[in-house]
Design a protein. Structure first.
Length: 180
């Protein structure tokens, strides 16, 4: 049970990495692309009308979702409670259903794939599977929580280091940034 909860946090962190990279592309790369540019592949997905809710990139909503999942996962690991069991399952299920819709759009409407979007979809799927596994193993109350200070410190440091990694990854991606 403890390992499933740790895996939950790690998977949420990987979803965070994908979402934060995509958010950075929305904020720092897309504004630099000339309107006349012919985009394809992942950039076609990222710049499509389905990549936004109003002015908000879906990737940013995903980043918020994952940072909440990381925090709830750390709380779940350090202080097991029936309330967390009841709250996490519907949240991850909603994330999974939303991801199914986004994968459908990529495959059948946009006709292009964004690897980071698919990484996020995989993360939401795995989070839901972990939730279901914990539920069928009797819920998170089966084991006592781990020491909160250690859980939160490790979670914070891991998230911070992965955020730095995500920003570095952004620098090596083959993005369509015009030469100045």
């Amino acid at each position: 049970m403890k390992n499933l909860k740790i895996l939950f946090i790690v998977i949420a962190m990987l979803g965070w990495v994908a979402s934060i990279i995509l958010t950075a592309v929305h904020f720092w790369v897309i504004p630099l692309i000339p309107e006349s540019a012919q985009l394809g592949g992942p950039m076609l997905v990222i710049t499509s009308k389905w990549a936004y809710i109003g002015a908000m990139p879906l990737a940013t909503i995903g980043a918020i979702y994952y940072i909440v999942m990381i925090a709830l996962g750390a709380l779940w690991l350090s202080q097991p409670s029936e309330m967390l069991d009841k709250v996490l399952l519907p949240i991850t299920a909603i994330g999974f259903v939303a991801s199914l819709g986004f994968v459908y759009l990529q495959l059948f409407v946009i006709n292009a794939i964004c690897p980071f979007c698919m990484m996020s979809a995989a993360a939401t799927t795995i989070l839901l599977i972990i939730e279901i596994m914990v539920k069928f193993k009797g819920g998170s109350m089966m084991l006592p929580g781990l020491q909160a200070q250690k859980v939160w410190a490790a979670t914070f440091i891991g998230t911070a280091l992965l955020t730095i990694l995500a920003m570095w990854i952004l620098t090596i991606l083959p993005l369509p940034i015009p030469a100045t």
